[in-house]
Ligand binder design. Structure first.
Ligand SMILES: [Zn+2]
Length: 218
């Protein structure tokens, strides 16, 4: 299980040591070494199926992060094995039921705080800081916004602490890699007629921007 605060502290400590800091004290995008990158489980690690169709690599950075919830059960199984199963179920749903090429979103955060690659190639794109894979998580935003699905349903409850802390770590890393402004961390509903990412998680997005901004300055 991902250790929320501990994880964040060690990530930030590593970032402070290795990441370049500009004259204005801002972290420079794309300068993180592999040692500072948070743990993100790849498609190969969680046992993804091959995409049903070829995917599109875009030779530009992402300029936004869109927060989603899967609207799945609020499981109390916080294990890595469960996180892998969530990723496999989500991929199967998107390919078999939605008819999509692969998992719609770029990344997933489990309720236990595990971060997983969604669509194939998303992790390599994020590591590069210069490329992204075309997603299928929000019409009109798939060529520029990184989609993050959070396991669970957050219409009436908030995400558990482990998931929240992991999401902060992920967003800080993605903002740093692509040079995304924290103001561009948005909810799915900001760009589409949907309740996603749930009333309670959506209400926490100002706090998310604030915590990510603090993480980037640490
Ligand atoms: Zn959504």
């Amino acid at each position: 299980m991902d250790l929320g605060h501990l994880d964040r502290r060690s990530f930030l400590r590593g970032a402070a040591l290795v990441t370049g800091v500009g004259a204005a004290g801002l972290l420079l995008p794309g300068t993180a070494g592999a040692a500072t990158a948070p743990r993100i489980y790849s498609c190969a690690e969680w046992g993804a199926r091959s995409p049903a169709d070829p995917l599109v690599t875009l030779d530009h950075k992402a300029d936004r992060i869109l927060i989603h919830h899967i609207a799945s059960a609020n499981s109390t199984d916080y294990s890595l094995a469960h996180a892998f199963q969530v990723a496999r179920d989500d991929q199967a749903d998107h390919i078999d039921n939605n008819g999509w090429s692969d998992t719609g979103q770029h990344f997933t955060v489990s309720r236990g705080g595990y971060r997983l690659e969604g669509r194939h190639g998303s992790l390599d794109g994020l590591k590069s800081g210069t490329r992204m894979i075309r997603g299928a998580h929000c019409p009109g935003q798939n060529d520029n916004a990184i989609g993050i699905e959070n396991e669970g349903l957050y219409s009436t409850v908030e995400p558990p602490a482990a998931q929240w802390n992991s999401l902060v770590v992920f967003c800080a890393y993605a903002c740093r890699q692509y040079g995304i402004d924290v103001a561009e961390i948005k909810g799915h509903r900001d760009f589409y007629n949907t309740e996603c990412p749930g009333e309670r998680l959506y209400a926490k997005l100002p706090q998310l921007r604030k915590e990510v901004a603090a993480a980037l300055k640490s």
